[in-house]
Design a protein around this ligand. Sequence first.
Ligand code: IMP
Length: 188
Amino acid sequence: MQQLYDVFFASSNKNKYQEARAILAEFGIKLGFFNCKLLEIQSDSIRKIALHKVTDAFSQCKKPVIVEDDGLFIDSLSGFPGPFSSYVFKTIGNKGILQLVNTKRNANFQSVIAYCDKKQVALFDAKIKGKISKKTHGKGWGYDPIFIPHGQKMTYALLKNKNEISHRYLALRKFAMWFVRKQQSIYR
Ligand code: IMP
């Protein structure tokens, strides 16, 4: 019997999953949703956080699984909120970020995709440069209404092609190319 999913996405964030599913579908990878709460360590490295999360995810899911950890890094704030992006979003939100940023608005969004199955763990990371807008534009989730990727005039929230250029897309593309090759070598 053909299996329903190739790999699971462990998260409680449905927005991330929906974007990841659409992106991986372009590479022929069927992504299931494993809705769960994961242990998140405190660290200044989103790679370390992702690594920790994926081992926890695999111990719960027991199937090939990926997790994602992201951070919005603002240059003039020495990379803040970075690994604390989730907490900062929940506390001061986009309004608070806009109050902290003044003339220097350069920032970058980073994503780490971590994969785990019973034999191996692998990490794939990506970064997209951009700017923080002067006010919120659009109604997307998280920091979408305030992040303008480099080379674009609009925030993630207003871009129709976010999934073709985003930090998530760039990290998932690396993962997808690796995963497809791995599957091919198994079935060869
Ligand atoms: P975490 O990886 O779940 O810790 O996410 C870090 C923070 O960045 C969360 O507040 C997310 O909402 C936010 N975030 C991650 N990716 C995106 C995105 O593509 N758009 C907007 N916000 C994002």
